[in-house]
Design a protein. Structure first.
Lengths: 499, 285
């Protein structure tokens, strides 16, 4: 019954919504998502129309089945991971590669549905905000470095570590860098950074416009042969791109080999979405059903290959803009998806002339946005800071999949470390020693107390356990043993009566 | 002695049979055969994708193609026909070309085709489309001698006829022989390519050259009656076509070219007949 309620779309918001504000929020979201969708399709290694389909169909389905104003659709980290996971199996951008991306998206969706059936939403509470910030910052660094190729017109160096890219770009400047491409992307980035101050919500749009203008001027003055300026090319949008995912023997072999990656993408997508939803719960003051959101993400991603697109997840930046513009219900996401159809259809012919260095510039801007100091600064706390740094470094150097695992381990690890901290307040009353214990007493946190109790077998001690919420069998056992030992040596260990 | 001779004959025979068997087994599989297979490795899948691009350029490489032509309109029979720019030329690249003044790898050569003959956008060297066409060219080049142009490469160069090409007479020939398929305005129809106008190749294309076009027309046109035109008629019709309006050479009049392209993409939807389907993969028959 509960499951059925989560499966059926929930229109309880229908009675109370502000149509005007939701529409404005939706249309703003649609404007923002178009450059991002194209960029993320490039990251995933598929044709740009797939990114737009993701914004349209995955975005719509996620809002339709969900119950929050979260804006879904193409997501940086998910797109990067899809690309990285499929790259070893097929040539980037080839038909086989595209099929593999779609099959992998199907797997991601099915895994997310499984997580929903297993009531997995609770698990995502263990992702500490510090870990999520770390993952975001790591993805941001990654985004900036992978933009380097496109921004400078470098020949592809994708097999190299990110720091090697900087090295190569610096030392082979004259031979490798295309000045026309570099100029276009630098203008885009500078415009974006400047516009962000006065126009913090949709600065990327302005940057794209300015960058495209500069690109068009360069293209017009120097021509395609001399400038070698890469253009996006024709975006062939279909109104309803229905598609049946190919499942030949090749695809099954592929699926077998990418299960770990699929799990990592599913977990990362859900983690981001649920962090957003929990955040929204405080800002919109509505009760949001996390399980329902998990189902919405799962079904949207599982259906994505049937609309010829790839998996997505909730988007931090687009959601925050939508909420700022006054979105309170899932209607904003649905309006955004519909507006993308209109906008892409209108601007489609001009998108053909969008220079790729501008898209690289957008990647850098999105990357900079992900490494936000206002989220990192509150992490002064030692444990949080450590989780953040560990996550960031492992995402940067070990890759996203490993990074996610490290993030979970680090957040859980620090939580356990914190939980196993036991404070002993020792006071002396004549011969009698009184120890007030506060904290959980269990196998991992016993050491200090046991060491203290065993150091003086002849002492008389009263243990005050009134501030111990949890005491496991190992602790019980230890106390019993110390009591026996004390009695043998003439000492005494008493448990203070409660109250 | 007789026995040895019989034995050696037998060995020769067996060897011959084995050789035949090997040739049959290792012969290049046809595209149809590749398409029928359940599992293709990356190279084979790429070859099939390349073949699809050559035969249905606007469908499979619509992202970069900019007019109504398909590769196979000039590289006839999917690049297998001699004297119609056959594509079994992998062995002669890289080579220096006067056209762009640099040494061209096969990738740059293919990208040039997109820019000029297809009047489109130059795809990046590492794009899936360029890689696929390169793989298909390799596939076709099996058995050719590396470094030597294959038989029937390019188009035949016609001998000197002693008379200048004459466009008005070419127009007469066009109306008599070509217009029935290519249209009175050269617009083409269905699988017949447009031969001038904004939907045809641009001023920088290889065929925008009277001598070369004449050779192509003489050797391959009109379809079914190839080599029926005289050399002079072929030259005349080539001169007539050369004078017609077509997209600008992207190397000249660049701002004009940009304006032309934006006009084209806004109002004419040049040649993009069919959108890319989601899964034009090897399994798609």
């Amino acid at each position: 019954m509960n499951l059925l309620r989560e499966v059926l779309p929930d229109f309880s918001w229908w009675r109370s919504f502000d149509a005007k504000r939701e529409t404005i929020a939706g249309i703003t979201g649609a404007l923002l998502v178009i450059p991002q969708a194209i960029t993320f399709a490039y990251l995933a290694g598929v044709a740009p129309e797939y990114g737009l389909y993701c914004a349209i169909f995955v975005g719509f389905l996620a809002s339709f089945f969900g119950n929050s104003p979260m804006v879904g659709g193409p997501n940086t980290a998910v797109a990067i991971l899809l690309g990285v996971s499929v790259l070893p199996f097929a040539g980037r951008g080839s038909p086989l590669y595209t099929e593999f991306v779609l099959v992998l998206s199907l797997m991601v969706g099915v895994i997310q549905l499984l997580i929903w059936l297993l009531r997995g939403a609770a698990v995502f509470r263990y992702f500490s905000p510090a870990a999520i910030t770390g993952i975001k910052a790591g993805v941001g660094v990654w985004l900036i470095t992978s933009a380097l190729e496109g921004a400078l017109g470098l020949s592809p160096l994708s097999a190299q570590f990110f720091y090697e890219k900087f090295y190569t770009a610096m030392f082979a400047w004259n031979d490798l860098v295309n000045p026309y491409a570099a100029a276009t992307s630098v203008v885009t980035i500078v415009a974006g950074v400047l516009l962000k101050r006065s126009w913090p919500r949709s600065y990327i749009l302005g940057a794209v416009l300015i960058g495209s203008l500069v690109g068009a001027v360069i293209y017009g003055l120097f021509g395609p042969v001399r400038s070698q300026l890469e253009l996006l090319g024709h975006v062939a949008l279909q109104p309803l791109p229905l598609n049946l995912p190919q499942l030949g023997p090749q695809h099954w072999l592929f699926m077998e080999q990418v299960v770990p990656q699929a799990v990592a993408i599913a977990v990362l997508g859900l983690a981001q979405s649920l962090v957003i939803v929990r955040d929204l719960e405080t800002t919109t003051a509505r009760h949001l059903d996390l399980h329902k959101e998990v189902f919405a993400q799962g079904i949207a991603n599982a259906l994505s290959p049937f609309f010829s697109t790839f998996a997505g997840s909730g988007s931090f930046n687009r959601t925050s803009v939508a909420v700022e513009m006054g979105a309170h219900t899932p209607l904003a996401g649905m309006i955004a998806a519909c507006a993308v159809v209109l906008l892409a259809w209108v601007s489609g012919p001009l998108l053909t002339w969008l220079p790729m260095p501008v898209i690289a510039g957008v990647m850098v801007l999105v990357g900079i946005g992900m490494i936000q100091s206002n989220e990192i600064r509150p992490l002064r706390n030692r444990a949080d800071g450590a989780v953040f740094l560990i996550t960031l470094l492992s995402v940067m150097f070990l890759g996203l999949e490993v990074g996610i695992l490290v993030a979970v381990l680090a957040s859980v690890g620090f939580f356990v470390y914190w939980a196993s901290e036991v404070n002993l307040f020792i006071s002396r009353d004549g011969d009698e020693e009184r120890i007030a214990v506060s904290g959980n007493l269990f196998y991992a946190s016993l050491d200090r107390l046991a060491k203290h109790l065993r150091s003086e077998p002849t002492a008389h001690t009263v243990l005050d356990l009134s501030r111990v919420p949890y005491c496991d069998a190992a602790a019980q056992d230890m106390i019993d043993k110390v009591q026996i030992e004390r009695t043998r040596h003439g000492g005494q260990l008493k448990i203070a009566p409660k109250g | 002695m007789r026995l040895t001779s019989w034995k050696s004959k037998f060995v020769t025979f067996v060897g011959f049979v084995v050789l035949l068997g090997c040739t049959a087994a290792f012969a290049r599989p046809s595209i149809e055969e590749l398409k029928g297979r359940a599992v293709l490795d990356d190279y084979e899948a790429n070859v099939v994708f390349g073949y699809n691009i050559i035969t249905q350029t606007n469908r499979y490489a619509g992202r970069y193609a900019g007019n109504g032509l398909n590769c196979t309109n000039c590289h006839m029979q999917a690049g297998t026909r001699p004297d119609a720019f056959p594509l079994n030329v992998a062995g002669v690249y890289p080579k220096w070309r006067a056209k762009n003044g640099v040494r061209n790898g096969i990738g740059l050569r293919i990208r040039d085709c997109f820019l000029y003959s297809l009047n489109g956008i130059m795809p990046p060297e590492e794009s899936a489309e360029v890689q696929a066409v390169a793989a298909y060219i390799n596939y076709l080049s099996e058995g050719e001698v590396i470094g030597r142009p294959p038989k029937g490469a390019g188009v035949p160069s016609l001998p000197d006829t002693g008379a200048d090409p004459n466009p008005p007479r070419g127009q007469v020939v066009y109306k008599r022989e070509c217009a029935i398929c290519h249209g009175a305005e050269g617009e083409g129809q269905g699988p017949v390519p447009p031969v001038w106008g904004l939907n045809s190749y641009n001023g920088g294309a290889g065929l925008n050259n009277v001598q070369r076009l004449a050779g192509f027309v003489w050797a391959n046109m009109p379809m079914g009656k190839e080599r029926s035109l005289t050399h002079q008629e072929a030259l005349d019709v080539a001169a007539f076509l050369h004078l017609q309006h077509r997209p600008l050479d992207p190397r000249e009049g660049r701002l004009m070219k940009l304006a032309e392209r934006i006009y084209q993409s806004l109002f004419r939807k040049a040649g993009v007949s069919e959108p890319v389907t989601a899964s034009p993969g090897p399994a798609a028959k």
